[in-house]
Design a protein around this ligand. Structure first.
Ligand SMILES: NC(=O)c1ccc[n+]([C@@H]2O[C@H](COP(=O)([O-])OP(=O)(O)OC[C@H]3O[C@@H](n4cnc5c(N)ncnc54)[C@H](OP(=O)(O)O)[C@@H]3O)[C@@H](O)[C@H]2O)c1
Length: 282
């Protein structure tokens, strides 16, 4: 990774932060894409001082597609070469919430924001002839498929697991289409489950959730350093050159749920996602 440029979204906490530390230790220069500059500034200082790498901050709220577009544009303008993109931005919400365009928030952030960001940066990776994209997904994709006619949970009951599962499944399905599009390039896209690790995920939820997390769930979770190490492996391992469209549980190549590998559904969710973010492949 030495001297390469890695872009990390969701780099201010948990899996993204752990990954930033591992990659900086491997001497990769970094761009931390985050929604809160104040939170990112001390992280930038710490990484630059500890590892002597260049670290930039790009601010973007991934629930707002206009801000995702701005972030991608800034990165494309500032960097000629992008070696690695790690999308760790994400949330789990037990309450049904919407972004300002009326899109269910998990779908908007965990899937659409990352999808748009990836699609906007991809031409640069293809043009330069190399690059690896890693989508931080989840075993939670198994909780739900994608309901094309009710993405926004207007006609069915929302649960945190369904909203989260739908967003992660949408990411796995669209990854297949993108991977296919990249076939003749030297760019790869893979997804991973980063382990069950102790992070801030779910801290936006209510008192009961946080109480249970603090006193029960958290005792079973591992240190996110394992996520950072696994993602470093996926981003750098020579044996993964050319490997694309796969789902890794940490570093183990695993088969996703049936609903997340259906090629017909993959195309439909891809087309819908393109329409929702206002992109066109032609
Ligand atoms: N923790 C686990 O056991 C686990 C298991 C499976 C999958 N995952 C996946 O791992 C990824 C990272 O989650 P985590 O566990 O590390 O949680 P986390 O500690 O809460 O980190 C989430 C990151 O995403 C950022 N973020 C959230 N909403 C955003 C928005 N609208 N715009 C921009 N940034 C936003 C957060 O920013 P702030 O710092 O500003 O809040 C933070 O940097 C997620 O995709 C999650 O689904 C985690």
């Amino acid at each position: 990774m030495a001297g390469r440029l890695s872009i990390i979204t969701g780099a201010t906490s948990g899996v993204g932060l752990a990954t930033a530390k591992v990659l900086a230790a491997a001497k990769s220069n970094l761009v931390l894409v985050c929604r809160n500059r104040e939170k990112a500034l001390p992280i930038r200082e710490e990484l630059m001082n500890a590892y002597g790498v260049d670290v930039d901050i790009v601010v973007s709220d991934f629930s707002r597609m206009s801000e995702v577009r701005q972030a991608a544009e800034t990165i494309l303008n500032q960097y000629q070469t992008i070696d690695v993109i790690i999308n760790s931005v994400g949330l789990h919400s037990t309450r049904k919430r919407y972004n300002e365009d009326g899109i269910e928030l998990c779908f908007a952030v965990n899937h659409l924001g990352i999808f748009l960001f990836t699609k906007l940066l991809l031409p640069r990776l293809v043009a330069q002839g190399h690059g690896r994209i890693i989508q931080v997904n989840s075993e939670g994709h198994r909780f739900s498929g994608v309901k094309l006619k009710d993405i926004n949970f207007k006609k069915r009951i929302y649960t945190g697991l369904k909203g989260y599962g739908q967003s992660k499944t949408a990411q796995l399905l669209t990854m297949q289409v993108i991977s296919e599009q990249l076939k003749s390039s030297h760019v790869t896209i893979n997804a991973c489950h980063p382990g069950a690790v102790k992070t801030a995920i779910g801290s936006n939820n209510g008192f009961l959730y946080r109480f249970f997390f603090k006193h029960v769930t958290s005792h079973f979770l591992k240190n996110p350093v394992i996520s950072g190490q696994a993602i470093h492996y996926l981003a750098a391992a020579p044996e993964l050159e050319g490997v694309s469209g796969r789902f890794f549980h940490l570093t183990i190549d695993e088969l996703p749920a049936k609903h997340a590998i259906d090629p017909v559904m993959a195309r439909k969710v891809y087309d819908l996602s393109m329409e929702m973010v206002g992109l066109n492949d032609e």
